[in-house]
Design a protein around this ligand. Structure first.
Ligand code: NA7
Length: 534
């Protein structure tokens, strides 16, 4: 290796968390180097350029809250902002805070090894460079390692083919094309609505039907813009108080505290309201009581049936295999109506599984479909995937991936014992993974920054989670989820979308306010559960 350098902190990733972490550490006076695999900033919004990609959080609740000036300068154009605007916003932030000068683009970190003697991390990158640092901060994202399932012959396909998270920068037109889409998760739902507008023929391969609800997007008027800018403190305060840091929050009553008529009326209201209210703003027992859950699930199925003309197709689109709300609910604009179009076909690949992909087609057990384009909207190796692809080794050369072979073990989702001075932003078991993500990213970044500032001010050189604190937190993460229906569903929350991945809860499901309080208490009690050394 050549050109070994040294900085106080290395940050891996220049998405929303890495960018803010860089800004904060610079303010404390640290020297920082950020490595980013893409050619620009933006993370999720850099990679996911597929047509239809947009926020499913309200734009006003999504942007950074740390700079009043930024809040007042930036105008969100749509209630749920589309990807090109989101990327433009993050590029604007990078310019405004002059972030790029400390970011090395088109570079991936391949390994990071901790050296006990010098209390330093040695970080290597795929351009053959090396750098040393005291603090290693992963800002690698939750949904950033695309998952491509093993489908026989997939590589032999000669037409255009991409995973949605590797969408090309150039314009992709669907006019008159025969397009296949595999998957019907939140990504596919956004994409399918767009492809169906112009494709000659669109065939959607669905394994599991999802509960989707209307997004309720609209343009933000000048008057609304003015109002939003006056109300940012209230908006962010609201986000600090709600379970998932969204604007919506659960009601403090059971679905059975009201009459069936009242319940239906409430579901109707939530269905028609923009955003996630129908998911995270419903009765408090929806995610714990199967009977309560079924009242809402059946309401959603009725909505689907009322929007899809062919009863057989409608039934294929009605989820029956999991409780409503136990997967991230895709938000849609005319998704169900797409299946009324003559150019769109839905294929149930549980009934007729995919057998093989050829140079120009996909064959199920029943039919062969010819395609010009085959799109994989098959999700991600979530939460741990992007950490696993880096060879991270702590004290005594122990590998993080190997330590986590039966599932992650963390303290607060921000670090792991045996890995001193490593902070995993939005890592496994972290409150930020089940959250309106930028809101919780800010909490993570601010907590880590305060911790590092505390260390520098007090000449503390090393911080490491204690094994018993880690054991307790890891157990707590599973306990919190165990009472809920979330654990009953095969979702990416449970790692169940990846063959062979240990099936357990990867997110902290205790809610943002409790997570925030726990982290604050730990810091106030002199970083309880950590060992700090001079
Ligand atoms: P998701 O939600 O993981 O969805 C992936 C989709 O791909 C889902 O419909 C899967 O079906 C399908 N899939 C996965 N593997 C296969 C195979 N082998 N064959 C057929 N179909 C398959 O990912 P998204 O990108 O949509 O959304 C991820 C998050 O991004 C979302 O939660 C939002 O937070 C934004 P399955 O349901 O597993 O049967």
């Amino acid at each position: 290796m050549s050109g070994e350098k040294k900085v106080d902190a290395v940050i891996i990733g220049a998405g929303i968390s890495g960018m803010y972490q860089l800004h904060k550490l610079r303010k404390i006076g640290l020297t920082v180097k950020v490595y980013e695999g893409g050619t620009g900033v933006g993370g999720t919004w850099y990679w996911n350029r597929y047509p239809g990609a947009r926020f499913d959080s309200e734009s006003v609740s999504y942007g950074y809250s740390f700079s009043e000036e930024l809040l007042q300068e930036w105008n969100w154009k749509e209630r749920f902002s589309p990807q090109p605007d989101n990327l433009e916003y993050l590029e604007y932030v990078a310019d405004k805070f002059d972030l790029r000068k400390d970011i090395q683009f088109s570079t991936r970190v391949t390994s990071a090894h901790y050296g006990e003697e010098e209390n330093e991390w040695s970080v290597a990158t795929d351009d053959g460079q090396a750098i040393k640092c005291q603090f290693l901060i992963t800002a690698v994202g939750v949904l950033s390692t695309p998952f491509v399932p093993e489908i026989k012959g997939l590589n032999s396909f000669q037409g255009a083919s991409w995973h949605t998270a590797n969408w090309p920068k150039e314009h992709v037109g669907f006019e008159g094309k025969k397009v296949g889409v595999i998957g019907t998760g939140a990504t596919a739902v956004q994409l399918i609505q767009e492809v169906a507008k112009t494709a000659g023929q669109l065939t959607v391969f669905q394994r599991t039907a999802n509960f989707c609800k209307p997004l309720g997007n609209s343009l933000i008027s000048d008057d609304e813009q003015e109002d939003i800018k006056k109300n940012y403190p209230k908006i962010f305060q609201r986000c600090r108080e709600t379970f998932g840091s969204f604007l919506a929050d659960f009601e403090k009553r059971s679905a059975f505290d009201v009459t069936p008529e009242e319940r239906e009326a409430r579901y109707e209201e939530l269905w028609n309201e923009p955003g996630f209210g129908f998911w995270l703003g419903t009765y408090e027992d929806i995610l714990t009581d199967p009977k309560a859950n079924e009242t809402q699930a059946e309401f959603a199925r009725k909505k689907i049936r009322s929007r899809v003309n062919d009863p057989k197709v409608a039934e294929m689109l009605c989820p029956t295999s999991h409780p409503i709300g136990t997967k991230r609910m895709p938000l849609e604009t005319g998704y169900y109506e797409v299946y009324n179009q003559p150019n769109v076909e839905l294929v149930d690949i549980k009934a007729t599984p995919i057998e093989v992909v050829t140079e120009s087609s996909l064959k199920t057990t029943q039919t062969e479909y010819e395609f010009d384009m085959l799109i994989l909207a098959t999700g991600f190796d979530t939460v741990t995937g992007s950490l696993d692809r880096i060879d991270i080794r702590g004290s005594n050369g122990v590998s993080l991936k190997e330590k986590w072979v039966d599932g992650p073990r963390t303290y607060l989702g921000m670090g792991s014992s045996g890995f001193p001075n490593l902070f995993t932003l939005v890592g496994p078991h972290n409150g930020a993974t089940f959250c309106n993500i930028p809101r919780c990213i800010e909490q993570n970044v601010e907590w880590v920054s305060d911790c590092i500032e505390h260390m520098t001010k007090n000449d503390i050189r090393r911080i490491e989670p204690n094994k018993d604190a880690e054991d307790k937190w890891t157990e707590h993460v599973q306990d919190v989820a165990s009472g809920s229906l979330l654990t009953k569903t095969d979702s990416w929350f449970m790692g169940a979308n990846i063959p062979g991945k240990p099936r357990q809860m990867y997110l902290y499901a205790g809610g943002s306010p409790l997570y925030r309080k726990t982290c604050d208490d730990v810091a106030e009690n002199n970083y309880e559960g950590y060992t700090l050394q001079k």
